[in-house]
Ligand binder design. Structure first.
Ligand SMILES: Cc1ncc(COP(=O)(O)O)c(C=O)c1O
Length: 401
């Protein structure tokens, strides 16, 4: 008998370009932190579609906002004004302290925009600096510019030559940063918490070195908050917790709660160097995406979600660390808020199917790290239940390691 999964996998294998190695599960419905597969099994989601479904699945307010907007007007292009883009830019400015926003459709586009705006800044100043400083273990996306500042050779090699003049330095080593940054540096780019690289927060000392070198050389700083931003770590933006002073910030993922939208947030200094036509996007900041993002920000700030993360985050951390202590294969627990990584002493890949078998969704990154990015609405009870299932999965993997 052919199952739904056989049918889905069969059709995809014939017609979908094979760029993703998927887990053999077909999700068809969600509710809060729960996902349901085609066979009716109920899972707890500790991944949120890689940090996207911040409000959980099938959030009533978000669904209503999207549906009302789709019923009214979805898209008119950036050739005309509409009422929502300015509202969203204003809200992001209040949260980030960066007064202007450019809207796009994904994280990589947000980074791409930041890189272009940094180059444009120096070009306008009549001092065309081209060089970028990026970090080892970084991930900024897969379009040419973003890939050029992403360190992993595996992603880069088949597509070289990439954008030239990028230097990678080791993360959290202030001396290496100071040695690399000069008056030829257009911008330093870093994730305040490296996500794909294994959930590695920047240290306060490294953050201070970034501020210092930027002040000394004039180099701009781009904070890539695509994964760490908008409540994920318990802060609207983690750069603030670190005392970083970015000139540009990229956001994406959680911003639309599942509707594709990204943004490059820029300082007034940078904004002053940008002209009409310098950058653009057909879809960027359309009514549907802006309406979704406004709803997410409503929940995050006015709706008390940030305060909720402030309560649930420490509980999650405590339970996670207690659970990790029971497994000799767990070497380290890193993160903050609701963004966590468990570094294992072995490949973390087998944990993913072992967890799925026990009806909890997690992800492996950087080979040895189990990454947890639950929906930000997760409750303490749901966290306990999900971590209990992960405990069993780690036990099974550990027994075979
Ligand atoms: C820090 C960071 N920047 C950029 C990206 C790229 O985002 P997208 O996949 O939406 O293009 C990601 C995706 O994982 C990310 O984690």
């Amino acid at each position: 008998m052919t199952t739904v999964i056989d049918d889905v996998v069969g059709r995809e294998s014939r017609h979908v370009l094979q760029t993703y190695r998927r887990q053999p599960v077909t999700f068809v419905r969600g509710q809060g932190v729960r996902l349901f597969d085609a066979e009716g099994r109920e899972y707890l989601d500790l991944l949120s579609g890689i940090g996207v479904a911040a409000l959980g699945h099938a959030h009533r307010g978000l669904a209503r906002a999207i549906s009302e907007q789709a019923d009214t007007l979805m898209h008119t292009s950036n050739l005309f004004f509409h009422p929502l883009q300015g509202q969203l830019a204003e809200r992001l400015a209040n949260l980030s302290g960066l007064p202007r926003a450019f809207f796009c459709n994904s994280g990589t586009e947000a980074v791409e925009a930041c890189l272009k705006f940094a180059r444009r800044y120096w070009y306008t100043k009549g001092e065309p600096r081209a060089e970028f400083i990026a970090l080892e273990e970084s991930f900024h996306g897969r379009t040419f510019g973003s890939l050029s500042v992403t360190s992993d050779e595996h992603y880069r090699a088949p597509f070289e030559p990439l954008v030239p003049s990028v230097t990678f330095i080791p993360v959290n080593q202030p001396a290496a940063l100071k040695a690399a940054v000069s008056v030829r540096t257009a911008a330093i780019i870093a994730e305040p918490v490296q996500g794909e690289g294994g959930v590695r927060p920047l240290t306060p000392a490294f953050a201070a070195a970034i501020n210092e070198t930027c002040a000394k050389t004039g180099a701009l700083f781009i904070a890539d908050e695509v994964q760490s931003g908008l409540g994920r770590t318990g802060y609207p933006f983690y750069f603030k917790a670190l005392g970083l002073k970015p000139h540009l910030v990229s956001v994406g993922k959680a911003l639309g709660g599942g509707v594709p939208i990204g943004a490059a947030l820029v300082s007034q200094d940078v904004a002053d160097t940008i002209s009409f036509g310098d950058h653009g996007s057909t879809y960027g900041g359309n009514l549907l995406a802006c309406r979704a993002a406004l709803c997410v920000l409503d929940e995050l700030v006015g709706g008390g979600l940030l305060a909720h993360i402030g309560r649930v985050g420490p509980h999650f951390e405590q339970q996670l660390k207690a659970m990790a202590a029971r497994h000799s294969i767990v070497k380290d627990v890193r993160g903050g808020g609701l963004m966590w990584g468990l570094e294992l002493s072995c490949d973390a890949a087998p944990v993913v199917p072992a967890a799925l078998e026990r009806l909890v969704v997690v992800n492996r990154t950087a080979e040895t790290v189990v990454r947890l990015l639950p929906p930000l609405v997760i409750t303490e009870t749901e966290a306990d239940e999900a971590l209990g299932r992960l405990d069993a999965a780690l036990g099974a993997v550990g027994a075979g390691a």
